[in-house]
Design a protein around this ligand. Structure first.
Ligand code: HPA
Length: 266
């Protein structure tokens, strides 16, 4: 990892304060970054490249106003089969570059029946249902504690800033718990019903491992889901990845303005 960090540092002028992981179809937010320095994942030793449509593979450094940021355009998922270590590797790199805040975004299926496709959901908490935890294995106490507290996995102050920003922009922001399923299958209607019973508002195949690792490294986290579809069984129609991409594309301007407003306030 040191080699990767050294390589990145040799390419950038200022270290980023905020990292953004841009989920399916939300990568366009990177267009807002000024004075861009782009590093392709392929250039980086050990950096996993996503095979999923809608996920390109670039780290984009630059500034938005006064804030130095780095955006990950495209992420790797656990279901791609490369092991949880690799899934969280990019997040570890961003954290070790010195970011103080990580903004994670994703496409998710709505479980809460009051949600609609196209809604944005502020993640208030998560349920790890993938049967894997990226912190399993020896713990380096100089990085973070063996038994990590997750009472405030999603930073309360950042959540408040987001709610105020949404209100100011007249964006109807949903709030709720994100439940991580490994995928790559979409959930069955029975699994979605189960998710609702245990308290989930949205389901998805990412985010939780990155959040755990960022928390472990003391980085504050903000999470936002784009509800691209109602989860399986809620509407009497099959799910299709094309719709996920289509809806996130439809929502991306709302998403961009919200993130831009949040960045002004942090
Ligand atoms: N389930 C899991 N992941 C998803 C979904 C879904 O319904 N929609 C977008 N990502």
């Amino acid at each position: 990892m040191n080699k990767t960090i050294e390589y990145i540092k040799s390419k950038i002028e200022k270290t980023p304060d905020v990292g953004l992981i841009l989920g399916s179809g939300l990568g366009d937010f990177a267009d807002n970054i000024e004075n861009k320095i782009v590093i392709k994942y392929e250039e980086l030793e050990d950096f996993p490249v996503s095979t999923v449509k809608g996920h390109s593979g670039e780290l984009i450094f630059g500034n938005i106003g006064d804030l130095e940021v780095v955006a990950m355009k495209g992420r790797i998922h656990f279901y791609e089969g490369i092991g949880i270590e690799k899934v969280v590797y990019p997040t570890k790199v961003l954290c070790d570059l010195g970011i103080k805040i990580l903004i994670v975004t994703n496409a998710a299926g709505g479980v809460n029946e009051s949600f609609n496709p196209g809604d944005l959901m502020l993640i208030t908490d998560h349920i790890n249902f993938a049967g894997v935890n990226p912190l399993i294995g020896p713990n380096d106490d100089s990085i973070g504690p063996r038994f990590l507290d997750q009472s405030y996995a999603y930073d309360r102050e950042l959540r408040n800033i987001t709610k105020v920003a949404a209100k100011k922009l007249n964006i109807d922001l949903q709030e709720g718990t994100y439940m991580w399923f490994s995928g790559p299958t979409y959930e069955t209607p029975a699994e979605v019903k189960f998710a609702r019973i245990v308290g989930a508002d949205a389901v998805g195949m990412s985010t939780v491992p990155e959040v755990i690792v960022a928390n472990h490294r003391g980085v504050r986290v903000l999470g936002i889901s784009c509800i691209t579809n109602m989860a399986a069984g809620i509407l009497d129609e099959p799910l299709d990845h094309k719709d996920v991409i289509e809806v996130s594309n439809r929502v991306k301007d709302k998403f961009k303005t919200l993130i831009t407003e949040i960045l002004k306030e942090i």
